[in-house]
Design a protein around this ligand. Structure first.
Ligand SMILES: *[C@@H]1O[C@H](CO)[C@@H](O)[C@H](O)[C@H]1NC(C)=O
Length: 353
């Protein structure tokens, strides 16, 4: 066991310090298939970016994922200036940027529509597939409404969107869940530190959903748990085995990613149908290896579920997951940027019409 942990610690040190990362294979559905296909993606994937992109450049705050994606793509080897060589076409609109410029929702959707219409009129590529080999990225909640005036953009093209914009028609085999990651993280990764984790389950936040109310009512007095509607300091993330991520008024992955970073195994409740698909990269990563996924109505029996979960294994696997939920500039192998690019690669078609 100790040797396994030492090797793992080394792999993670390599992943965070240099551009060459060692892949933690426990958390994948089929790791060797991923690895082989990923290498192919690195060599072959080419993206054409339409001219005059409206980009978001902030690498902090709620929409940092949008900023990192734009920046990472431009500094990556995936961009080609030859559209004939491209498998995918990037429609570079940024809802966060347009919002920042003070446009209201209606103006944003007009702006997006006119950008897409000009792309359709000026270039022959959209019409070849009706946009099926086109993608756009947005982490802003407005995402769905912003694209409402271009039906084909929503229906045909690949939407790379943060979970908070799922109110729209998210189609799992077509669209890509972009993790919402609030970087920079306020403190370092949690590591091989299970002996310091004495709290069984932790959650703090506003009780603004049915699950959160049930969670608070049932567990706030429990001495093995820290469940609170009041502010609890960041350190609690390092002291807890499991961090509960109940759905609130908005579906967001920010809390889940924070838990992963701090080494606290996410206990994620799900609502069938509504946030069934909000776990990023779940067609590649097997979330059950590093998180406890619970039906929403089970908040009342949460403690049993956490006590029965194979904590040591989940925590060890969680450390392997950390590298996939971090942005870097420039991007590094297997980080969030590359995972998103891999998801796009899985959705590209090899047939040209
Ligand atoms: C693509 O199709 C639309 C609708 O039929 C048309 O208006 C547009 O001119 C076409 N684009 C090009 C570049 O031919």
């Amino acid at each position: 066991m100790a040797r396994v942990l030492a090797a793992l610690a080394f792999a993670i040190a390599v992943a965070s310090n240099a551009g060459v990362a060692e892949l933690g294979t426990e958390i994948f559905h089929v790791a060797d298939v991923f690895q082989e296909d990923y290498e192919q993606m690195e060599q072959q994937l080419k993206v054409f970016v339409y001219p005059d992109p409206v980009v978001y450049t902030k690498l902090a705050g709620k929409y940092a994922s949008e900023g990192y994606f734009f920046r990472n793509l431009m500094e990556s080897r995936f961009v080609t200036t030859d559209p004939e060589e491209a498998q995918l076409f990037f429609v570079p609109i940024s809802c966060a940027r347009l919002k920042e410029e003070g446009l209201d929702h209606d103006e944003i959707s007009d702006n997006v529509a006119s950008f897409v219409e000009s792309v359709i009129a000026k270039f022959p590529y959209w019409n070849r597939t009706m946009g099926a080999d086109h993608f756009f990225v947005t982490c802003h909640e407005i995402g769905t409404r912003a694209t409402s005036k271009v039906a084909h953009l929503v229906k045909n093209s690949i939407r790379v969107v943060c979970a908070s914009s799922y109110s729209g028609p998210f189609i799992p085999h077509k669209d890509v869940a972009l993790p919402q990651i609030l970087q920079p993280f306020p403190s370092p990764r949690g590591g091989d530190d299970t002996e310091k984790r004495e709290t069984l389950g932790f959650w703090a936040g506003p009780a603004n959903s049915k699950t959160r109310i049930l969670l608070t009512k049932t567990w706030q007095e429990d001495s093995d748990m820290v469940i609170s509607t009041k502010h609890v300091g960041m350190q609690q993330f390092y002291r807890s085995k499991f961090c509960i991520c109940p759905s609130g008024t908005r579906v967001s992955t920010a809390r889940i990613v924070e838990s992963i970073h701090f080494g606290c195994v996410p206990g994620k409740s799900y609502l069938i149908l509504s946030d069934h698909y909000d776990l990023p990269f779940n067609d590649v990563l097997d979330w059950r290896k590093f998180a406890v996924i619970l039906p929403e109505q089970d908040a009342g029996t949460l403690k049993d579920a956490l006590e029965l979960a194979p904590y040591a294994t989940l925590h060890r696997n969680l450390l392997q997951a950390q590298a996939h939920f971090e942005w870097h500039s420039p991007p590094i192998k297997y980080d969030t940027f590359h995972m998103v690019m891999y998801e796009l690669w899985l959705r590209h078609s090899t047939i040209r019409y």
